[in-house]
Each structure stands twice: as structure tokens, then as C-alpha cells.
Ligand binder design. Structure first.
Ligand code: ATP
Length: 207
């Protein structure tokens, strides 16, 4: 599903990823771990088609990540979640449902499971950080894509919401979806991943 060969990404004068290579098979679930600043989120942005590699080869199902054909098969649970501040929570769900061609009710049901039922009329800009995280999670995965990229999916969630997100991940995994999960916490993803890909801290000798 995912092929990464000798990926190099520079940010300013820093080489954040220096020759990162990995393969993820269809239906595999992998954790991405590594020190702060070692390029985990950057790697997800490359897979999401939002950051272009400086060199190397990255494909998803044989296509470049930015290929429009990849969009419908990929979901990206971003940190922080990209949401429309000036919409209400319910309107944000309806907007997302329209984009992906799913019924708003399907998004609302998943949001209810995360404890957002009481927040439908509240502006997204007035949600707490944890509530925004929950809304971002359901909106980014509304189309139940074959490949789901998640950046710290449990950060800032209460225990009940963490359980609900874990249940989503377990369901997607048993459905044979491919998961790439950036997570600092080994315990949070226990039983949900097949293996861990490590990003590497840069040292002075890399400079
Ligand atoms: N747009 C940008 N401009 C300049 N530097 C950037 C940019 N985005 C990321 N970086 C730098 O790239 C490096 C890697 O960042 P990234 O967020 O990918 O790391 P990470 O492994 O996800 O970190 P963390 O564990 O802290 O979330 C950091 O040093 C960061 O400051």
C-alpha cells in the first residue's frame, strides 16, 4: 500500500528526514515513534500529500500521495484538526458529509459515541481542545477510507473518548484497513498495531 524509499525532507536548513525508507502492506497497522522533532508528523504530511519530498520516492497504491485519485482512499487525522471555526459543530459535520458524500447522520452517530451530542449548536471556535480533537477525528474519517493516517489520536482526550477512538481503530484494523499511527504512547496503541517504524533524532554529526 505504502512504499517509501530514501525519503529526504528539509525544513529550512534542517534535514528532518534523511533517507527514511519503509513499506506498509495493505491491511497492516503500524505505529510511528521517535524523539520529539524527529519527523513523525512530517512523514504523515508527506503521506497526506501536503508536504513534497525533497528527494526519494513515496507512493500509495503505486501513485504519488498528492495524486487526486489517492484522496478518496486516504483519511488524515491531523493535529491540530483542520476545522471551520465559524461553523457550528453540526454544520461542520454536514459540510464534511457533503464533501465525502456520506449521510450527516453517520457522522453524528460517531460523534455521539465520542460525547459530542450536546455540542451540535456550539461554534467550532468555542469548542474545547478535546472536543475539537473528537470532531476532527470523526470528520477526517467520515468516508471510512482504506488508508487512515493518525497523528497522536489520543492526545487531549478523556478516558471515555480514548476508549471510543480505540474502538474505531480496532474496527478499522479488523476490517483490513491500513493504519499509520503516530503515537508517543506505547500503551495507547497496545494491541492495535503490528509493528513500529522509528524516526531518528538528528545528531550533530548529521549536520
Ligand atoms: N513548516 C516548518 N518550518 C520549519 N521547520 C519545521 C516546519 N515543520 C516542521 N519543522 C521542523 O521539523 C522538525 C520535525 O518536526 P515534526 O513535527 O515532524 O517532528 P515530530 O517527530 O512529529 O515531533 P513531536 O514528537 O514533537 O510531535 C522539527 O524540528 C520542526 O521544528
Amino acid at each position: 500500500m505504502i512504499d517509501i524509499e530514501d525519503l529526504v525532507v528539509r525544513r529550512g536548513t534542517t534535514e528532518v528526514l534523511s533517507g527514511f525508507s519503509a513499506r506498509v502492506a495493505p491491511g497492516e497497522s503500524v505505529r510511528v515513534a521517535g524523539p520529539n522533532g524527529s519527523g513523525k508528523s512530517t512523514l504523515l504530511r508527506v503521506l497526506a500529500g501536503l508536504t513534497a519530498p525533497d528527494s526519494g520516492r513515496v507512493t500509495i497504491g503505486g501513485r504519488p500521495p498528492a495524486d487526486p485519485a489517492v484522496r478518496s482512499v486516504r483519511g488524515y487525522v491531523q493535529e491540530p484538526p483542520p476545522l471551520y471555526e465559524h461553523l457550528t459543530t453540526g454544520e461542520q459535520m454536514e459540510f464534511t458529509a457533503g464533501v465525502w458524500g456520506v449521510r450527516p447522520q453517520e457522522i453524528r452517530e460517531r460523534a455521539d459515541a465520542l460525547g459530542l451530542a450536546e455540542r451540535l449548536d456550539v461554534l467550532v471556535g468555542d469548542l474545547s481542545l478535546g472536543q475539537r480533537k473528537k470532531l476532527g477525528h470523526v470528520c477526517a474519517t467520515a468516508h471510512e477510507p482504506r488508508l487512515i493516517l493518525l497523528d497522536e489520536p489520543f492526545n487531549g482526550l478523556d478516558a471515555a473518548a480514548e476508549d471510543a477512538v480505540r474502538a474505531d481503530l480496532a474496527r478499522w484494523r479488523s476490517d483490513g484497513r491500513t493504519l499509520v499511527i503516530v503515537s508517543h504512547s506505547d500503551a495507547s496503541v497496545a494491541g492495535l498495531v503490528d509493528r513500529t517504524l522509528m524516526t531518528r533524532a538528528r545528531t550533530e554529526t548529521d549536520a
